[in-house]
Structures are given as structure tokens and as C-alpha cells.
Design a protein around this ligand. Structure first.
Ligand code: NAD
Length: 353
């Protein structure tokens, strides 16, 4: 079954990592290293089955190939998952064992934090491998960079749809005001946008209401809000058969990964005249930020944020390409990534000592 998946989606390598003593069951998937080492976070999740974990890591690693390519990084796509409950199953031994497996790949895979992982966990990983980024002593929490990229992306969308990039007075419905959502609200509030928010955690909603004058709605009501921009910043697959008919926005632009339940929902947005900012483009700020650790002199926040700001131009380029080719924006984003990989593939033939 594994080879079938690898053949279908073009994965290079899948590594199953096991240590009985450490309680480690992890999978590292390297999708494509044409552009460089496979870069992508490690997720810890109580998957119900091995197959669920495998499918997740294969899907996520492929997504990283596209994201890293589209962001112009010299990095391929990879991801890791640790099967376990982040609230119960963590230990120094577990993460150090995982770190050893990462090290054994000799730099073909570079790991970072993802869902369920904290900086402390990554410090343990760091004890065993040099191939880890995003630690507090490096580039740290990527959420502010991701949020800045989403903010810049929203401005590009506004320019495309309204002919003016200003978000002043625009009604923006933000679903999920966690790490990224909160920083995003700050930018939008500073620019004078009208904010509508929801979250599962009442204290997060309360913070948005009191600090940024946001209007709170229930988690299921957010889809019905009449707004200029709907910003999914919580979960994936929120653009689906149930939610699509309810949306009353002109733009969908947010931080969440895999916003379209299926590709056909991207087509449906297009048919309804709603501009979709492809998720792996608009949320690429975080990976740009960690990648900056490889730049001359190590991580430089200003250099990283300058690069994140170019998400604005990337989106306009994609919208233009979609219009010229008569294709949906999500497809144009895929094409942009594929073009970069194809264009630089011949470099692989030049041997470097
Ligand atoms: P987070 O966990 O800090 O915040 C997510 C928030 O969404 C939480 O407050 C949670 O309570 C809320 N939420 C969950 N389900 C909800 C629902 N049904 N309705 C409303 N709110 C709900 O996560 P984050 O780091 O802010 O990331 C947000 C999204 O952006 C995720 O999909 C993540 O994969 C994606 N993303 C994050 C980064 C980053 O730098 N953190 C980078 C790229 C993509």
C-alpha cells in the first residue's frame, strides 16, 4: 500500500521510526528534494490508525514541496508525524529518539514544530540532531510571520477585487483567533478593518473583543456573516458542500492549511465569483521565516519579513495567471510551484564536491 501511495503522488522516501523503550512510533515522509533538503514540521497527534498517520504525513509532505517551491525557497518537501497524545505521551526519551532518526537521514529532512509540538520538545530533538529549525534561539514562533503574510495577501486580494488594497472599513470574518489569528487581527485592526471573530475558546474571543473591538459570533455562525473577506485561521476543509452555499463574502483568504475539502470546492468558489487566495501561498510566511535561519549570518527578522511581504506579489501573479489561462486560482498556484521545480531540476545533474 505504501508504494502505491508513493507512486501515485511521487514521494521519494518514507521512513518508519520505532523504539519500544521510547514509545516512539513516527513516520517521516520525504516527498521531493529537487530544490533542496526536505523541510517541514513534525506533528504529534493521536491518530486512530497507522494508515491515518501515513496518509496524513504523505499528504502534508507533498504540500510542503509545493509551498516551499512557490515561496522560492531552495528546499524540498517533507513532514514527520509522531503517533501519540501530546497531552500524555511526551518525554525527553521520545523526542531524543525521534531526533536520532532525523539525524540518521543526514540532512535530507529538516524538521520544525507543528501541531502538538512545543519549543521544549524541539530542544530535546536538537540534542540529537542539527537538522531542526524554528527554536526560540533561532527564528522562534513562526505565527507572527505567517500572520504578516496573510495580512499582505489580503491586501493583494483587495487590490484585485476592489481595485484598492486598503482594508479600512472592510468587514473581515476571522475563524479562529489562536496564534496566527490573533497577530492577524492586530494588523487588520491597525488598518481600520471591521472585525468579526469566533473561536472555540471564549477567552480568546474575549481578548479580540476587548483589545480590537471585534464583534463575536458563534463558531457555526461565522459562515453566514456578510463580509468582504472570510479568513479561515483554524481548521482545514472548511470550504465544503455544507459551508459553500452559506458564504457571503467576496474573498476567502486565511492561514489554515488545506482549506478546500476537495479541489472541486475551489472550482465552486470560482463559479460563485469568490476570489480564493490559495492556502499554501498566503500562509507561506511561517516557512519563509524558519528558512531564513539558513541565510548568511543566521536568522535576521527584518530580512525574513521583507521576504514574507512578497506574498502580495506572488498572489497577484497567480491571479493574473489564473485569469489568462481561464483556470481557478488554486490550480494556478500549483502550476507556479511545478514550474519552479521543473525549471531548476537540471541543476541536479551538476555534481558539487
Ligand atoms: P492555533 O491552534 O494557535 O489556533 C487555532 C485556533 O482555532 C484555536 O484558538 C482554536 O480554538 C480555534 N478553532 C479550532 N476549531 C475551531 C472552530 N471550529 N471554529 C472556530 N475556531 C476554532 O493554531 P495557529 O498556529 O494559529 O494556526 C492556525 C491555522 O493556520 C492552522 O490551520 C495551521 O495549520 C495554519 N498555519 C499556521 C502556521 C503558523 O505559523 N502557526 C503556518 C502555516 C499555517
Amino acid at each position: 500500500m505504501v508504494f502505491e501511495y508513493m507512486e501515485r503522488y511521487g514521494h521519494e522516501q518514507v521512513v518508519f521510526c520505532y523504539s519500544e523503550e521510547a514509545g516512539l512510533r513516527a513516520i517521516i515522509a520525504i516527498h521531493d528534494t529537487t530544490l533542496g533538503p526536505a523541510l517541514g514540521g513534525c506533528r504529534m497527534w493521536p491518530y486512530e490508525s497507522e494508515e491515518e498517520a501515513l496518509v496524513d504525513v504523505l499528504r502534508l509532505s507533498m504540500g510542503m514541496t509545493y509551498k516551499n517551491a512557490a515561496m522560492g525557497l531552495d528546499a524540498g518537501g517533507g513532514k514527520a508525524v509522531i503517533i501519540g497524545d501530546p497531552r500524555k505521551d511526551k518525554s525527553e526519551l521520545l523526542f531524543r529518539a525521534f531526533g536520532r532518526f532525523v539525524q540518521s537521514l543526514g540532512g535530507r529532512y529538516i524538521t520544525a514544530e507543528d501541531v502538538g509540538i512545543t519549543p521544549q520538545d524541539m530542544r530535546w530533538v536538537r540534542e540529537e540532531t542539527e537538522f531542526v529549525v524554528g527554536l526560540p534561539e533561532g527564528s522562534g514562533d513562526p505565527s507572527p510571520a505567517t500572520a504578516f503574510g496573510v495580512y499582505r495577501g489580503m491586501k493583494a486580494c483587495a487590490r484585485w477585487v476592489f481595485g484598492n488594497e486598503s482594508l479600512k472599513g472592510k468587514v473581515i470574518a476571522v475563524q479562529g483567533v489562536g496564534h496566527v489569528g490573533y497577530h492577524l487581527l492586530r494588523h487588520l485592526h491597525d488598518e481600520g478593518a471591521k472585525l468579526v471573530v469566533c473561536d472555540l475558546y471564549p477567552d480568546r474571543v474575549e481578548r479580540a473583543v476587548s483589545e480590537m473591538n471585534a464583534e463575536a459570533v458563534g463558531v457555526d455562525e461565522i459562515y453566514d456573516v456578510e463580509c468582504d473577506i472570510f479568513a479561515p485561521c483554524a481548521l482545514g476543509a472548511v470550504i465544503n458542500d455544507q459551508t459553500l452555499p452559506r458564504l457571503k463574502c467576496r474573498i476567502v483568504a486565511g492561514a489554515a492549511n488545506n482549506q478546500l475539502a476537495e479541489q472541486r470546492h475551489g472550482d465552486a468558489l470560482e463559479e460563485r465569483g469568490i476570489l480564493y487566495a490559495p492556502d499554501f501561498i498566503i500562509n507561506g510566511g511561517g516557512v519563509i521565516n524558519v528558512y531564513d535561519e539558513f541565510g548568511p549570518g543566521g536568522y535576521r527578522r527584518e530580512r525574513a519579513f521583507t521576504r514574507v511581504a512578497t506574498i502580495y506579489d506572488k498572489l497577484l501573479h497567480i491571479f493574473q495567471m489564473a485569469r489568462e489561462k481561464g483556470i481557478p486560482t488554486y490550480r494556478a498556484a500549483d502550476m507556479m510551484a511545478e514550474q519552479r521545480i521543473r525549471a531548476l531540476a537540471p541543476l541536479r545533474h551538476l555534481w558539487l564536491p
